[in-house]
Design a protein around this ligand. Structure first.
Ligand SMILES: [Zn+2]
Length: 338
């Protein structure tokens, strides 16, 4: 058993190396994201806040015994998805929040918490239709998006930035665009611990909002090249380089499926509905094959019409209704929306 596999996957704060802690949130499905706390002499760096204020408050309270002596002075938002930054307002005003430049742009312009709150409102359900409204409730209904004031990063960087956290070196690297337009990892070389944000999903399917696939594969190569002993993914249990290779395998499989289906003239939605996920069929949130297939198609067909985020959610809801956990009608022929 690898050292990483010995870290229990239970909710809460786990010290995985001296002064390096992971906040883990099983089961890692929609919105249940991990975070990190890297402590040096008298200060700490927080890797990501959580999806809502309740979750973030619970995490910060659990960190209090550590942060009393080593207060959080710096933070990193690994990327712009809300489950990694919606809790930012709970950090002290003097905490300098870091992010990749593109991440800061996405946080300021894409999917603010009010949009999520609106999607979950009873008034929205009718307009969304039953399949999408039901899926959104199941994926996101347990979070409280009302009353969140988005706090944007204070410091941005493009490629790399090395911070000294109480004398401890922490390297921030942008390995995106892949999952989103900017995807930062935090590497703690003296402890052999890498925090990857959503460049890694372990136990659940990854999801690609930006791409391209080649860039994600390269990001994985770069992570492996660091030879980390412990890798804290954005979602799922602590892993090691085998976990990184599994994510690479998923993307190679999706790219192969896309090439085959595209060659047969299938639409991306039909390709997703027909996809044989093979050894990846057991991953959680399998419906992510829909946006992933779209992204793979976009690489094969640059003129493919743009699908907005709500359209992507609709494609996942549809996939789930036909083939996923929400599938009560798996014998019904796939319906398509194009
Ligand atoms: Zn996430």
């Amino acid at each position: 058993m690898s050292a990483a596999a010995e870290i229990p996957y239970t909710t809460g704060l786990h010290e995985i190396a001296p002064g390096v802690r992971a906040w883990l949130a099983p089961d890692g499905s929609w919105g249940l994201s991990n975070a990190g706390l890297i402590s040096g002499d008298g200060e700490s760096l927080l890797v990501d806040t959580l999806y809502d204020l309740n979750l973030t408050r619970t995490m910060l309270d659990a960190m209090a015994p550590v942060t009393a002596a080593h207060p959080i002075t710096v933070a990193l938002n690994t990327h712009a998805n809300g489950d990694h930054c919606y809790g930012n307002e709970l950090l002290a005003p003097e905490v300098r929040i870091h992010a990749v430049t593109e991440t800061a742009h996405e946080m300021a312009h894409d999917a603010p918490p009010e949009v999520m709150a609106a999607l979950l409102s009873p008034a929205a359900a009718e307009g969304l239709g039953p399949v999408l409204a039901d899926w959104i409730q199941r994926a996101f209904g347990k979070y409280e998006f009302g009353g969140i004031t988005q706090r944007n990063p204070d410091v941005t960087f493009d490629q790399e930035l090395t911070l000294s956290v109480g004398g401890r070196s922490v390297e921030l690297r942008n390995l995106g665009p892949a999952h989103t337009g900017g995807d930062a990892v935090a590497w703690v070389p003296d402890a052999g611990v890498l925090f990857t944000g959503d460049l890694l999903f372990i136990g659940g399917a990854p999801i690609m909002w930006a791409g391209p696939i080649d860039n994600w594969l390269r990001a994985c190569d770069e992570m492996i090249a660091l030879s980390p002993e412990y890798i804290v993914p954005g979602h799922g249990p602590v892993t090691d380089c085998d976990g990184v290779r599994a994510v690479q395998g998923y993307w190679r499989h999706i790219r192969e499926l896309a090439r085959e289906a595209h060659g047969k003239g299938l639409s991306w939605t039909d390709a997703a509905l027909a996809a044989d996920l093979g050894e990846y069929a057991g991953l959680g949130e399998s419906e992510r094959v829909a946006p992933n297939m779209y992204q793979a198609y976009r690489e094969l067909e640059p003129g493919l019409s743009t699908v907005d985020p709500l359209g992507m959610l609709a494609a996942m809801a549809q996939w789930d209704a036909v083939r996923g956990n929400g599938g009560t009608n798996a014998t019904t022929p796939p319906a398509t929306n194009d």
